[in-house]
Design a binder for this molecule. Sequence first.
Ligand SMILES: C[S@@+](CC[C@H](N)C(=O)[O-])C[C@H]1O[C@@H](n2cnc3c(N)ncnc32)[C@H](O)[C@@H]1O
Length: 377
Amino acid sequence: MKDFHNLIEYKPELRELATFTPNKISSIYNWFYYKEGFSKQLVEMILKDFDVQKEQVILDPFCGSGTTLLACKQNNINAIGFDVLPISVFASKVKTQDYNIEELRMEKERISKTRFEMPSPEKIHEIIPIFMKKYFSKFALEDIVFLTRAINGTRSEDIRDFFKLALVNTAMKISYAWKDGAVLKVKRHPTPPMRKMFKRVVENMIKDVKNHQSGESTIEVRQCDARTMDLNNESINVIITSPPYYNNIDYTKIYEIENWFVRNIIEKKPLVRSFIGVKEDFDMNVPERSKAYFKDMKQVIQEMHRVLKAGGKAAIVIGNGYDAIEGVVESDIILSEIAEDVGFSVTKIISVTERAALVERTKKVGSLRESIILMEK
Ligand SMILES: C[S@@+](CC[C@H](N)C(=O)[O-])C[C@H]1O[C@@H](n2cnc3c(N)ncnc32)[C@H](O)[C@@H]1O
């Protein structure tokens, strides 16, 4: 069998681009903070490298906070995004929609003129689920109930969603929630007044809309499982994506607060299993405990192959994982093997960084590559 290690090229200068950090200062990209995201610059680099043309269609089957979709929109390229997480689908939609700036301004006025009425403890109890309460101060909870009601008075759905995302964004800035790797922790600290912060967030978002011309491309976002894509065969030119990493995080847990804001319910949809150790009948030379993950990923890569046109290209950003029994799990190599198995030709594996694999938080037991796998159908 081909040794995919020979395809690895080291480019540590791309390390930061494979993270969300550059997006923190990019307008619109920063309307929703997504720790697991990659950057606009990385997407633009791949679009250029793949020589993507305006009439082509790009797919991101794990669109997360919508980085690929927004970068395509800003470059006048059509794109489709899927995700299973309600907040991801929602944030991606809000960030890639076109807005009428006058309508936004009028709605901002209406919301800011809505008289604050202190919700009773019963009302707060009725609206806010118990799990949410530990993440916010009493004052923040009152403001959340008030602002949710004020925003719900917005008639146009697109405009309402814009303000809802501003509310999620504000709430996460002032919450006690702390995303510590795979767990959501409570870290109490003094917080600024929420309504004042909300006003500032909305003003900045409206400014961003004003500074960005709407383009002619079409962006579609849907809640869909990447293992069974709702797309015709050979309908996509290029795929740019980053699936959940093996052994990484449970997105439904980490984004449970944001999901509540979107739906006021917590959805439990089966995601790609990034850590469930199930022994299954899966004919692959991968560690026993990671079979469930790679079985899911094989389905995804088969789907990617089905929907791509002949000659279509794909870039997958992936980090390697660690398993206490098996040691380092080389996801980039295993996914490359799967890709060639389903009919892709893997052209390059760009390693952008190596993270330490830690046990008991500080003990280094290995190093984990983070890579971009480039392939062609
Ligand atoms: C690494 S993140 C993608 C981040 C994205 N590139 C960005 O810049 O924001 C992986 C995403 O995959 C989603 N996901 C997990 N299982 C999925 C599935 N079966 N189908 C579609 N999306 C899924 C998660 O909700 C998460 O948003």
